[in-house]
Design a protein around this ligand. Sequence first.
Ligand SMILES: O=C(O)CCC(=O)C(=O)O
Length: 318
Amino acid sequence: MRGLVLATRGCSGFRLPTTWAGRALHLGVKTVRANYLKKSKAASQVERTRVLTALGEHRLLESNANRLAAPSVLASAAAKEPIAAAAIFEQHGLVRVDGVLLPEECAALREHVDTLLLSSIESVGSTETDFLQLFGPVMCRTARYDVLLPMDATVRSAVQQVMAQAAPVIRELAGAKASLCELSALVSDPGSVPQPVHHDTALFEEYSRKRVSMLVALQDIDENMGPTGEWEQFYSCVFRTTFLPFTMVFCCVIRCHTSVLFPHTNTPEWHRVLRLRGKKFMELLEGSSQSHVLGTMSAGDAILYDTNLLHCGGANKR
Ligand SMILES: O=C(O)CCC(=O)C(=O)O
């Protein structure tokens, strides 16, 4: 596993496995990379503005010591007592559910996603395939990938395992008709910048049920993932699933960064604060008005959050 990670996530960017490089040879690896980047629109004006916004926000967040531990329950407890887990979610806008996947399931999926990422880059960079056919429109996508995943045997097995634990609480929150509508992997390579604070969905009055995203760590994620540790400490994988009323979004995320979530901000008032970007928003970033939660987890743990909650992905500073 470590060999694979190092081979494919070198600091210089695209170091391709032999088979990958062989197949792309007719174009050349640099051309494939350049084609991929161009098609991704990572250098567009919109993306450049997002990056500048995010860097400004994260300068304030870095000095924010007003941090709460994520409210949490064991997966087995959430499965047996979904109403209690849902109540925590309702109170904070998020809940951590510990132990929805086994370590070996995390490792298998991590490796699989790594392989899929490379083949998707190759397809976009060396064929007519549209970027959005294989990648989602993730914000701040330089060295950050949102790889759309097929529901193949490895992915299905992990999904089934997660759902065996989490389905009761998701049903409680999103309704019995929730269904899968998206399946992807987010990957942050070294050099990726943080994302601006955002909410994944807008508040629509017609939705009476909660819309829920779930991040499942495929590797331990700790807050000390800084530039001085071993590679394995930086390389983290997270499953992200979003459950909508009648629709369930399931994403698998590999990341080398930690998310920041702001409890209680899944309200129209906080969405207005974000839009205005005034004093109250600065206070949120600095931590003078309320606490934030870091998405630190052990492999196999999950964070469920309201898709309307203010949050952002961090940088991979390696
Ligand atoms: O990576 C994360 O922590 C969050 C990602 C996210 O919110 C997004 O891509 O919309």
